[in-house]
Design a protein around this ligand. Structure first.
Ligand SMILES: *Cc1c(COP(=O)(O)O)cnc(C)c1O
Length: 441
């Protein structure tokens, strides 16, 4: 089995994450529990930043926080000198609560509301990434009404198809995101944005998809955007100062995934930008990137307690855990694959094939089909690896299960960063018919 980041096995044969015994963590905080190896997050953040530094490129590395949004991860991102992508008023509110430096916040989304945009102006964030014509007209109007400057990027779709799961591919032409680069939409948006009073057009943005392994997809996107920038320079003498190439760098969920080191993707993209800017004599823009999954994905591990077992003779054995699609919907949503281990018996051979099922009332609630595990019995602690991205942030209360607790672990210290939901929390928005009657009488 492959371990991630600071993970190792101690003398008791227990999984250790961030210098803390995972079995102890499960007992202290209960399960399901999401444990972040924050040293791995810091290492990845530094890897991206150092890559740009070595290449002599001005850059911003923005954590695409929809992958995992919470006050504590925003505080950590701020400590590491990252910028931040938010995609909603709710994420912006969370960032404000974390007191994230506003000038390093970038606002994304394909249907930002008038209220959300106004909120972004209230908070004086660093940049709005404009996705469509309605948004462009709203941003222009809000800026003019408030007589307030706002920096903007235009999101474009470069028509690059990345060979990844089709549900998470967003750079191709048939996408709900951004202005099409080839059919004139991007040029029209440019015309509307570049001399708008109070708007400062920084440049272009694209994000071509997620969990991408091929560097070609990234370098082609970079080329496509640079070509458009060059056209605008020649036609309008407009020079983009920022080129934002998005995120989407693939990570290793199972042994079938063979990603490069995340920073390697960035190096290859940046190389293309350096070359083109040199050969076209284009002033080198700042490069911004937006890793989400590759910052938090393999830093997260979910611990569950094993419960009931069912054998379907000659077919498979199910082991049920005390969570499931309510805390990790990715297997049900994308057929995502994971690996797991028995955290309290790491040194036992993991050669038994079982299917790890959740406890939601859905037949499709399986976390791992045909996992290789040591013999599991009730009460064992199962660790599912690489669950740091798009799991807690997609979690829900289906079946009224409380959402798990989340902790950070580093150098033997552990800290609760999201407390476990309680039954009271689950009913906090519910109103009783009785209450209503009482109020009105
Ligand atoms: C989701 C998203 C990202 C991050 O994608 P990852 O695959 O998690 O790296 C970056 N930029 C934009 C605009 C996004 O929507």
């Amino acid at each position: 089995m492959d371990l991630y980041g600071t993970q190792k096995v101690n003398e008791k044969g227990h999984l250790v994450i961030g210098g803390t015994d995972a079995v102890d963590l499960a007992h202290v905080y209960g399960t399901p529990l999401v444990v972040y190896d924050t040293a791995l997050f810091r290492k990845r953040a530094a890897g991206f930043q150092e890559t740009f530094k070595k290449m002599g490129i001005q850059a911003q590395v923005a954590y695409a926080s929809k992958a995992f949004s919470s006050i504590a991860i925003y505080e950590l991102a701020a400590q590491e000198g990252l910028s931040l992508d938010v995609v909603s008023g709710g994420e912006l509110f969370t960032a404000a609560k974390a007191d994230f430096p506003r000038e390093r916040i970038h606002f994304h989304g394909n249907n930002k509301s008038y209220m959300e945009l106004n909120y972004a102006f209230d908070e004086k964030i660093g940049c709005i990434v404009v996705d469509n014509f309605l948004e462009l007209s709203m941003v222009k109007e809000i800026a003019a009404t408030r007589r307030q400057q706002m920096k903007v990027l235009l999101r474009v779709t470069p028509g690059v198809e990345a060979h990844t799961h089709e549900f998470i591919t967003t750079g191709q032409e048939d996408s709900k995101f951004g202005f099409d680069l080839k059919n004139g939409q991007a040029d029209k948006a440019f015309g509307l944005a570049y001399d708008a009073p109070y708007l400062q057009l920084l440049g272009l943005h694209c994000h071509i998809g997620s969990q991408i392994f091929e560097t070609d997809a990234f370098t082609h996107a970079a080329e496509a955007l640079m070509e458009k920038m060059q056209v605008w320079k020649e036609s309008y003498s407009f020079v983009c100062t920022v080129l934002n190439l998005g995120g989407g760098f693939g990570i290793r969920y199972t042994e079938e995934d063979h990603p490069l080191e995340p920073a390697q993707y960035v190096a290859e993209m940046a190389e293309v930008v350096l070359e083109l800017s040199k050969s076209w004599n284009y002033p080198l823009p700042e490069i911004w990137i937006e890793p989400g999954r590759s910052l938090v994905g393999d830093a997260g591990t979910t611990l569950y307690t094993a419960g009931s077992e069912k054998e379907v003779p000659g077919v498979r054995t199910y082991i049920a855990v005390d969570g499931g699609m309510s805390d990790n919907i990715r297997p049900a949503l994308y057929n995502a694959n994971y690996t797991a281990a028995v955290a309290n018996r790491m040194t036992a051979p993991h050669d038994t094939t079982v299917t790890i099922a959740g406890k939601c009332c859905e037949s499709g609630d399986k976390l791992i089909v045909d996992a290789k595990l040591a013999n599991v019995t009730e009460g064992d602690i199962l660790a599912v690896f690489c669950t740091g991205a798009y799991t807690y942030s997609m979690a829900g209360n289906y079946n009224r299960f409380p959402r798990p607790a989340v902790i950070f672990a580093e150098e033997g210290q552990h800290q609760l960063v999201i407390r476990r939901e309680t039954y009271e929390d689950i009913t906090r928005l519910d109103l009783s018919l009785q209450q209503k009657v009482r109020k009105e009488s």
